[in-house]
Design a protein around this ligand. Structure first.
Ligand SMILES: Nc1ncnc2c1ncn2[C@@H]1O[C@H](COP(=O)(O)OP(=O)(O)OP(=O)(O)O)[C@@H](O)[C@H]1O
Ligand SMILES: [Mg+2]
Length: 270
């Protein structure tokens, strides 16, 4: 099957500082891949490069094919067509992705309208609000009427992340890129959002690139992982193999840290 995202020999630099070096990865339709590594290892840079969101001051070379289109050096017009339809992104902190001055209902309606236009169907106000309601149901937001009429700061962090997920889903992307979507949330909310993402990805058959520094989180939602250290992929394989039998000393340290953290939690009885 043709891959949805194929990255080959990706180099990302800021001036002469390499941020990502020689990265290659590929994601087939419906596949769930995790990109893990410590803070600063280049995970977000990779996600932004894949969706053409890096500032022009950052130099990108190599090849990134998204849904059959070359992203490296692509004009805005090409990227605007690909964003949403080919790939949508959910970021770590939903406040940065949401417009603080626009009510949530209108914010979800925007990608719905764009998608309906793209599909060439009838774009009526009714059709849009029906779908906004559907999406709010799908991401299990309570009190839909209140949420639709609220501004982002009037709902909780977990609810904001559900809104961001609804906006990504509204695009019906072939690939969902989730960049640390649960890191800013408390542990209980993290677990709920993870479960929701997992369920939605399975239901819709979207491919998933899940970015995290948290091994236990990643292992819940993906089939394969790529471990990034200082912008270089040091290990790659099936989740169970990589976590059960890590080969690289860096992966071993990540696994060990996660194990110690689990034990500490167990010891405090939480
Ligand atoms: N605009 C920029 N200009 C120059 N360097 C940058 C820029 N943005 C990020 N960097 C650097 O690129 C490197 C990789 O950053 P990136 O955001 O991809 O890390 P990350 O793996 O996503 O980390 P985290 O887990 O903290 O989100 C870091 O050293 C960071 O300081
Ligand atoms: Mg990041």
């Amino acid at each position: 099957m043709t891959a949805l995202l194929t990255i080959q020999g990706l180099d990302i630099r800021a001036g002469d500082k390499p941020l990502v070096s020689g990265l290659s990865l590929s994601i087939r339709p419906g596949e769930r891949i995790g990109l893990i590594g410590e803070s600063g290892s280049g995970k977000s840079m990779t996600a932004m490069a894949a969706t053409g969101l890096l500032p022009t001051s950052i130099r990108v070379t190599g090849s990134i094919e998204l849904d059959g289109q070359q992203v490296v050096g692509a004009p805005d017009k090409t990227m605007n067509r690909l964003r949403g339809a080919a790939a949508a992104v959910v970021f770590q902190e939903p406040l940065t992705a949401l417009d603080p001055l626009m009510k949530i209902g209108r914010q979800i309606a925007e990608p719905v309208r764009r998608r309906l236009e793209r599909e060439g169907g009838k774009v009526s106000k009714d059709a849009i609000s029906r779908e906004v309601r559907d999406l709010i149901d799908k991401v299990a937001l309570p009190q839909p009427e209140r949420i639709i009429n609220s501004y982002p700061h009037e709902v909780s962090g977990g609810q904001r992340q559900r809104v961001a997920i609804a906006m990504a889903l509204a695009c019906r992307p072939k690939l969902l890129i989730a960049d640390e979507p649960t890191t800013a949330l408390d542990v209980t909310t993290q677990a709920e959002i993870l479960k929701l993402l997992d369920q939605l990805v399975r239901e819709t058959g979207m491919a998933l690139l899940f970015i995290s520094h948290d091994l236990p989180v990643v292992s819940q939602v993906v089939e394969r992982v790529i471990v990034l250290k200082n912008g270089v992929a040091v290990e790659e394989g099936a989740v169970n193999t990589v976590f059960g039998n890590p080969q690289h000393v860096y992966t071993r340290s990540l696994v060990e840290a996660a194990r110690l953290f689990d034990e500490a939690l167990g010891a405090t009885g939480s």
